[in-house]
Design a protein around this ligand. Structure first.
Ligand SMILES: NC(=O)c1ccc[n+]([C@@H]2O[C@H](COP(=O)([O-])OP(=O)(O)OC[C@H]3O[C@@H](n4cnc5c(N)ncnc54)[C@H](O)[C@@H]3O)[C@@H](O)[C@H]2O)c1
Length: 252
């Protein structure tokens, strides 16, 4: 079914080296998209690029940091013929479950830079291209941390609530240009995000753990990618500004 959705389309996917971003890149390429994938991790990104190319699909990879304007400029310069139909902002980092009283400036600034400033910079870069082309779709990956305060530290929760707000703002402001923006809020997913998810403050983590008891299942990355793929496709033409949880019922 989704095999035809992206034929002739260009999809820019951030965080394409691992986890959900890799699953999105692979899925959109298999559905016909020319994927422009970016990631900070050159080796991981190359592996995604090889998997897509070996399957006979189109892919361009660009190593870069979504929070850095110069890197965003380089990433956007790689779009074939300056075209982009879908932007999937997937790259993100956790915050070691730090409560606000213990958060250090470096962690705060990095989490906000990657999870909020990055999607803003990419949206700012691609929206003029989408407007000129007469339409497009942005799909952001936030988290249930964008819906509730009880699943991560203060920086992560703040960043994901901000990303939900950014998505709604774009949806409201650019609908008349034929552009849709939606945001997916996953619950727990089996990925490599654990690198920034080691709890550093025991008392805070113990309080958060009480809410983790609500977890019904941990998702596979592709179970999130299916939703990103649908929201970015024409099948979702009437869906704009939606905040969609994919969490097995955690926030039910
Ligand atoms: N794994 C979960 O349980 C879960 C739950 C809810 C939301 N999310 C969100 O899903 C998204 C993807 O995370 P994941 O779980 O697949 O993690 P992951 O660590 O497996 O993948 C994230 C990728 O983003 C890349 N990245 C990090 N910072 C970057 C930057 N500044 N520029 C470019 N690339 C960068 C990393 O190198 C990595 O390859 C994140 O936004 C995360 O917050 C994850």
């Amino acid at each position: 079914m989704s095999g035809q959705w992206y034929e002739g389309r260009v999809a820019l996917v951030t965080g394409a080296g691992s986890g959900i971003g890799r699953a999105v890149a692979v899925r959109l390429a298999a559905a016909g998209a020319w994927v422009v994938g970016c990631d900070l991790d050159a080796e991981a990104l190359a592996a995604t690029g090889k998997a897509i190319a070996d399957a006979g699909h189109h892919v361009t990879t660009v190593v870069g940091d979504v929070s850095a304007q110069a890197d965003v400029d380089r990433i956007v310069a790689q779009l074939p013929d300056g075209r982009v139909d879908v932007l999937a902002n997937v790259a993100g980092v956790m915050d070691y479950f730090l409560p606000v009283t213990e958060v250090d400036d470096l962690t705060w600034e990095r989490v906000m830079a990657v999870n909020v400033t990055g999607p803003m910079r990419l949206s700012r870069a691609v929206l003029p291209l989408m407007r000129a082309a007469g339409g497009g779709a942005i799909v952001n990956v936030a988290s249930i941390g964008g819906l509730t305060g009880a699943v991560a530290g203060t920086a992560y929760v703040t960043s994901k609530h901000a990303l939900v707000g950014m998505t709604r703002s774009i949806a409201a402001l650019y609908a008349e240009d034929g552009i849709r923006a939606n945001v997916v809020c996953p619950g727990g997913v089996e990925t490599n995000i654990g690198r920034t998810a080691t709890p550093k403050v025991p008392w805070a983590y113990q309080r958060l753990e009480k809410s983790f008891a609500r977890t019904t299942r941990v998702a596979k990355p592709d179970e999130i990618a299916t939703l990103v793929s649908w929201l970015g496709s024409d099948e979702a033409v009437n869906v704009n500004g939606a905040v969609v949880a994919s969490d097995g019922g955690f926030t039910a």
